[in-house]
Design a protein around this ligand. Structure first.
Ligand code: UD1
Length: 430
């Protein structure tokens, strides 16, 4: 099994091109099943979750082809199965988007209960509440979520909590329902807006995406379109923190700076310089990092998907920092791994109390989930000596060419398969 071998100590320097947003493309691919016309999607990130979603869609009869690595063409005129239950799709959270998409178009769908990273209980009650409000019968049986409706009819839905997935899923089903739907307390994340823009380009009538009230006027059919996915906010943020932690100078390119404001604000607070241009941001870290406090919140707050990365940086900052996780209850599992590298972090409930240390030291560590994996890698890049990172499959779910992009910025990182390869890497880089 592949692992990353990393020798820390090199500041990351240079430019890095950010891929399309994983969390936008997954629902957008699912939404391609809502029309019988061809849809062309550009800036598709080449990551494991996307491959899994495309495989699942092919499994129900969607034709998928790629003009190049980042351009996909989907045609869903020959869908022949409304039951999505292949093995791989169970592993991704975004499988549930096929429910909203297929229910919208066919008024019936069955999809396996979602998997994804183990970062908390990850309920789906708000998705089901939304589908039921639109008139669907929804049951969970034999590991499948089964939804069907004679007609879908617009409704006024108040979300009990802010959920990205539920907002998008309800928006998709409501786009093809009869009449008007209002989603109150909707999620405002950039990928919610991207999905709304995509659906609108297919002929949907959606207003208010990006605010907490989304209004949808159902249409009878959607048509084909060409669409370019927004840049990945979290991949960009990860490289920005990689610059901070390695005392580097990195420019993230092809980004939307507005989507990165909460991340930029924290980098400034901890003592980095951040310079924005139209579609790139440069982060320079030349002073000792300073402590701060941060609480994860729905957009425009600090993203939960950046929590492990900021924690990894604050563990090397002067003084005591506090990180509070308010979205997922089980998102500090990686702290044990950072502790192996010398971090001084105590977790109490949903809060991490971080006493900054002077340095990390390389160790053998295991990735518990996607974003934690990225955080552990950037910690290893700042560590003294070598680190072996196990279970990198989680990282490959959401980061395209992660180690290659890091290497292009001057990191010493390689994919290795055996202990012997690791020893060779140590000799070569020592
Ligand atoms: C999405 C992202 C994930 C990100 C998260 C928050 C994808 C594929 N994943 O996950 O990377 O960390 O948004 O920005 O886009 N909840 C309920 N009931 C529901 C739905 C959610 O109680 O029906 C709770 C969840 O347990 C969690 C919170 O609401 O505590 C937020 O979840 P949600 O925004 O739905 O996250 P996901 O869509 O799963």
């Amino acid at each position: 099994m592949e692992q990353y071998a990393i020798r820390g100590g090199n500041p990351l320097v240079g430019d890095v091109e950010i891929a399309g947003s994983k969390n936008a493309v997954l629902p957008i691919l699912a939404a391609c099943a809502m029309t019988d016309e061809t849809v062309y999607i550009d800036n598709v990130p080449d990551v494991w979750d996307v491959k899994t979603m495309l495989d699942a869609m092919q499994g129900i009869g969607v034709t998928v082809s790629r003009a190049n690595r980042h351009k996909a063409m989907l045609n869903a005129q020959d869908i022949n199965n409304l039951i999505v239950e292949n093995e791989a799709i169970k592993k991704i959270r975004a499988s549930y988007y096929l429910l909203g998409a297929l229910l919208g178009r066919y008024k019936m769908a069955q999809v396996v209960l979602p998997g994804g990273c183990d970062i908390g209980s990850r309920a789906i009650d708000q998705h089901l509440k939304g589908f039921r409000a639109l008139g669907a019968e929804v049951v969970i049986e034999h590991g499948l979520i089964k939804a069907k409706a004679r007609r879908l009819v617009g409704s006024h839905i108040y979300m009990d909590g802010v959920s990205v997935g539920a907002t998008i899923n309800i928006m998709m089903a409501a786009a093809l329902a009869e009449g008007r739907t209002i989603i109150e307390n909707a999620a405002k994340e950039p990928h919610v807006v991207d999905v709304a823009n995509f659906l609108s380009s297919m002929g949907a009538n959606i207003k208010g995406a990006g605010t907490d009230v989304v209004r949808i006027k159902g249409v009878s059919r959607l048509h084909g379109t060409e669409y370019t996915i927004i840049p990945d906010q979290i991949e960009a943020g990860t490289f920005m923190f990689a610059a901070a932690i390695t005392k580097g100078d990195v420019t993230v390119k092809n980004v939307i700076p507005k989507h990165l404001e909460s991340i930029t604000a924290k980098l400034l607070e901890i003592g980095c310089e951040v310079k924005e241009k139209d579609d790139c941001i440069r982060v320079v870290s030349s002073k000792p990092l300073m402590h701060t406090q941060v609480k994860t919140l729905p957009y425009p707050g600090f993203p939960t998907d950046m929590q492990p990365q900021i924690t990894a940086a604050l563990a090397l900052a002067e003084g005591t920092s506090i990180v509070t996780e308010s979205i997922f209850e089980n998102r500090f599992k990686y702290v044990d791994e950072l502790t192996r590298m010398g971090a001084g972090i105590k977790v109490e409930g949903n809060t991490a109390i971080i006493n900054g240390v002077e340095k990390y030291t390389g160790a053998s560590i295991t990735v518990p989930d996607l974003r934690a994996g990225a955080a552990l890698v950037i910690a290893a890049l700042a560590a003294e000596g070598c680190t072996m990172v196990d279970d990198i499959k989680y990282i490959e779910r959401g980061y395209e060419d992660f180690h290659i992009k890091l290497r292009n910025l001057g990191a010493q990182i390689e994919l290795v398969e055996t202990e012997k390869d690791y020893q060779k890497f140590k000799l070569k880089t020592g």
